[in-house]
Design a protein around this ligand. Structure first.
Ligand SMILES: *[C@@H]1O[C@H](CO)[C@@H](O)[C@H](O)[C@H]1NC(C)=O
Ligand SMILES: *[C@@H]1O[C@H](CO)[C@@H](O)[C@H](O)[C@H]1NC(C)=O
Ligand SMILES: *[C@@H]1O[C@H](CO)[C@@H](O)[C@H](O)[C@H]1NC(C)=O
Ligand SMILES: *[C@@H]1O[C@H](CO)[C@@H](O)[C@H](O)[C@H]1NC(C)=O
Ligand SMILES: *[C@@H]1O[C@H](CO)[C@@H](O)[C@H](O)[C@H]1NC(C)=O
Ligand SMILES: *[C@@H]1O[C@H](CO)[C@@H](O)[C@H](O)[C@H]1NC(C)=O
Length: 432
């Protein structure tokens, strides 16, 4: 189904809307569970370790060798032969595998710690991202830390941002262990410091980027719909915005949830509306568009002198169902090109993101603001094998080989495909 935005009038396409609304409702519920269950990963790591059955040590075996240019890993960082689209490329075999493991990095959230949780196959660890038209050097930890001396980064967004910050920290930890220097009350926002470099990385929890009142208990069960103020940016990130040298901002999936939308402190509509209140369903695209418009405007009009990345939301790979009704992602190798089409909901979010980014990019450039796009959609679509699946839980099949368990086909195993984001980001930091 191709969605033409021009024709997205509420009155005209009610049929599509109703179908979509049902899908969104379901996915909304799914994300409510998925995203909020993983709160406070500290508690997750501390949860009692189940008695271990005899675990077979996974033989770290690379995939069958395929011809690779032998200099692939020795490309000096500064030599960029040509400018190219870093986001169009292929996953090629990478016999050297990940640069960290569950043993070397203590910062991996339990639900994404596929190695620790007993994922038996390891092939998914031996692929690296190769842009089609140029060489991409591997992330150079020493060089990165040196560049970031006295600098401050923040990754701002939802649990996918948290997933990413852990990937980055784990890669950097090979040279220096980050020290956690701050966390908020709920352990949702955190800051780490690399003492030898006076370099800090924050993870800012702001799943909507705008002011939001969220009513969910610790089990992710919501007692009321979210109250979203579309014209008020979330101070959690705007308050530190000026102090940052680099940031990666993103949002997405939380907009699929039930919410009441406010502008100028007046209710302007809702999505998956609360019954009995006579509010108007306006669809999440309405809210997403407005939010991104405000976020982008804020950035474009700021006097920020650092580098700001806007990251598009990430695709999921739930098959034969969704999060809540048995969806799985059993692949163990990257997909062939075109094997996985972007799902409607993922595409709808991304289209709004790209549209608002494009509009803001020109304004930002005029204003001397360095705003860049990170669109990992293609890179991720071909990695259905990179999700925890059932291994979001510790040893899910230890007691029952055929147990039916919840799968996570949205977040990414660490180590895993997400680590290769950092190669791309470093390249953009170093060579513009
Ligand atoms: C790492 O994972 C392996 C299984 O792959 C497990 O045997 C080991 O105990 C784990 N180590 C930690 C520190 O979690
Ligand atoms: C450490 O970095 C911060 C900026 O992130 C800077 O304000 C501060 O002066 C630096 N401290 C030292 C000792 O250089
Ligand atoms: C916001 O609401 C106030 C009163 O509640 C009103 O005076 C003002 O004009 C409104 N502003 C906009 C931009 O609608
Ligand atoms: C619901 O709101 C509409 C206009 O917003 C109004 O015409 C209608 O009477 C309201 N219905 C009820 C039951 O309050
Ligand atoms: C988003 O809002 C802008 C106006 O700010 C409008 O031109 C555009 O069509 C909207 N996009 C969508 C997808 O609704
Ligand atoms: C294992 O799980 C399956 C699926 O839930 C169930 O049918 C079966 O009874 C379980 N076996 C044991 C021994 O618990």
């Amino acid at each position: 189904m191709r969605v033409n935005w021009k024709s997205w009038s509420l009155n005209k396409h009610q049929h599509i809307l109703v179908k979509l609304a049902v899908a969104i409702l379901l996915v909304g519920l799914a994300f409510r569970l998925l995203v909020s269950r993983s709160k406070g990963f500290a508690s997750d790591l501390e949860s009692p370790v189940l008695e271990k059955e005899q675990v077979q040590e996974p033989a770290l075996k690379p995939p069958a060798p395929v011809e690779i240019p032998d200099n692939e890993d020795q490309i000096p960082l500064d030599v960029v032969a040509e400018k190219c689209d870093l986001f169009i490329g292929d996953w090629i075999p990478n016999p050297s595998g990940p640069t960290y493991t569950n043993e070397s990095c203590p910062l991996i959230e339990g639900h994404q710690n596929c190695m620790r949780n007993g994922r038996p196959d390891t092939g998914y660890l031996y692929w690296k991202w190769k842009p089609r038209d140029c060489q991409l050097p591997r992330f150079n930890v020493e060089r990165f830390l040196e560049l970031m001396r006295n600098k401050a980064w923040a990754l701002i967004g939802d649990s996918i941002s948290r997933n990413h910050v852990q990937s980055l920290l784990c890669m950097l930890a090979r040279v220096e262990q980050p020290v956690e220097v701050y966390h908020d009350e709920d352990y949702k926002s955190k800051r780490w410091h690399f003492p030898s470099y006076n370099f800090s990385i924050s993870n800012i929890w702001s799943p909507f980027l705008v002011k939001a009142a969220i009513f969910e208990d610790n089990n992710g069960v919501s007692t009321a719909e979210v109250q979203l103020h579309l014209d008020k940016l979330d101070k959690t990130w705007t308050d530190i915005y000026e102090s940052l040298d680099y940031m990666i901002i993103s949002t997405g999936k939380w907009y699929l949830k039930a919410a009441v939308y406010h502008e100028n402190d007046t209710i302007v509509g809702c999505h998956i509306c609360p019954p009995g209140k006579n509010l108007t369903e306006v669809g999440f695209v309405f809210a997403y568009n407005k939010t991104l418009h405000h976020v982008m405007n804020f950035i474009a009009k700021s006097k920020h002198k650092g580098l700001i990345f806007f990251r598009t939301s990430t695709p999921d790979h739930f098959q034969n169902g969704e999060w809540h009704n048995g969806g799985t992602c059993p692949q163990t190798t990257p997909a062939k090109e075109g094997e996985f089409e972007i799902k409607d909901l993922n595409r709808i979010l991304r289209d709004v993101e790209l549209q608002e980014f494009e509009k803001a990019a020109a304004k930002a450039a005029d204003n001397g603001v360095n705003l860049k796009l990170l669109d990992f959609t293609n890179l991720l679509l071909s990695r259905p094998d990179g999700h925890p699946g059932p291994y979001r839980q510790f040893q899910p099949f230890a007691e029952n080989k055929t147990a039916v368990v919840q799968n996570d086909c949205l977040h990414w195993c660490l180590p895993g495909p997400m680590d290769y984001w950092n190669d791309v980001i470093m390249e953009m930091v170093v060579n513009g």
